[in-house]
Design a protein around this ligand. Structure first.
Ligand SMILES: NC(=O)C[C@H](N)C(=O)O
Length: 325
């Protein structure tokens, strides 16, 4: 039998709904969540470690860094074959992507959670947990990088995103789709994710801002970040990678101060490119020295910048991470 460690961090999978107030709150002991799934023992020898018990909007970069170090330490043990991390869904994709960037490929690391709390009708946590342990114990998940197992689907951490506020099918991978799925008998990987940037650091730089562009915006928020000591800025640009002209002076100021600016699109699909030559267009931004991210969404480009900044603050050196997948 494979030995899988379940590391619990909190989230709705470890919450109950109060029938009086109809609000959802954390259970006293998150490690109890395996009690609802005796079937786990059919697939692996499981041990449970409670790392934290917080809703995922309460996570901090420091906690994420600590989790990364704890996961790496366990993966290096000969008696451990894989790790499952239970997590709140709101920021699950960020933790999964951070781990994907820093961990060496090899033993399976699966991140999962639930959309319905443990006492709600149709709670999805127990099945997600069982499927995650099945995946972690499978040879199919070996060497695929960090995976998100949710609602019978298997997603690569790099592509997956939360797309719905309440539906149990919330996790989707725009453009590429899930890389595999689980059915009653098998764990199937249908496309192998491409190799991607590996940034073997042990922490993240917290001071990185994420700004979404909208019609008629100016550089007020960029200036605000710069005035407060930001170490990097990610801009969710319009369309193929364009910003309103009023934003450009702030971008120039950031780059003049050697603060990296990373560009992603606010569009759900596609990548940013130097297509438009007008003021604020992608061509101007690229010529100024803005780093174009290769299809990441805003929150993941921020995680990549926070991770890469641990290696180097030099914009020219950071660019290689954003050229890579
Ligand atoms: N479904 C969930 O887990 C959402 C919850 N607010 C969290 O992220 O902790």
């Amino acid at each position: 039998m494979k030995h899988i460690i379940i590391m619990t961090t909190g989230g709705t999978i470890a919450m109950i709904e109060d029938p009086q107030t109809q609000t959802v709150r954390p259970v006293a002991n998150a490690a109890d969540l395996t009690h609802a799934v005796p079937k786990l023992a059919e697939y692996a020898t499981v041990s449970v470690e409670a790392i934290s018990n917080v809703p995922s909007p309460h996570l901090t970069p420091a906690m994420m860094g600590e989790l990364g170090r704890a996961v790496l330490e366990r993966l290096q043990r000969d008696d451990v074959d894989g790790i499952v991390i239970t997590h709140g869904t709101d920021t699950l994709e960020e933790t999964a992507y951070y781990l994907d960037l820093i961990l060496p490929p090899g033993k399976p690391v699966i991140v999962t959670g639930a959309m319905r709390s443990s006492n709600e009708l149709g709670a999805d946590g127990p099945l997600n947990l069982l499927n995650s342990v099945r995946a972690a114990a499978s040879k199919e998940a070996h060497g695929q990088g960090v995976l998100v197992v949710f609602n019978d689907d298997i997603h690569a951490a790099r592509f997956v995103t939360k797309t719905h506020t309440s539906n149990v099918a919330t996790f989707q991978s725009p453009t590429v789709g899930p890389i595999g799925f689980l059915d009653k008998r098998t764990v199937q990987i249908r496309h192998v994710p491409k190799p991607h940037a590996h940034i073997p650091v042990d922490d993240l730089v917290a001071e990185v801002g994420l700004l979404k562009m909208a019609v008629g915006m100016d550089d007020l928020l960029i200036n605000c970040l710069l005035d407060h000591g930001t170490k990097g800025i990610v801009i969710e640009a319009l369309g193929a990678g364009n910003v309103p002209p009023g934003v450009v002076p702030g971008i120039k100021r950031a780059l003049a101060q050697d603060i990296p600016v990373v560009l992603v699109s606010r569009c759900y699909n596609g990548i940013v490119q130097d297509v438009y030559g007008y003021e604020g267009g992608g061509k101007q931004l690229l010529d100024l020295g803005v780093l174009f991210s290769n299809g990441l969404n805003g929150q993941k480009a921020r995680i990549k910048l926070m991770t890469a900044l641990r290696e180097t603050p030099v914009i020219a050196d950071l660019s290689k991470y954003f050229d890579q997948e």
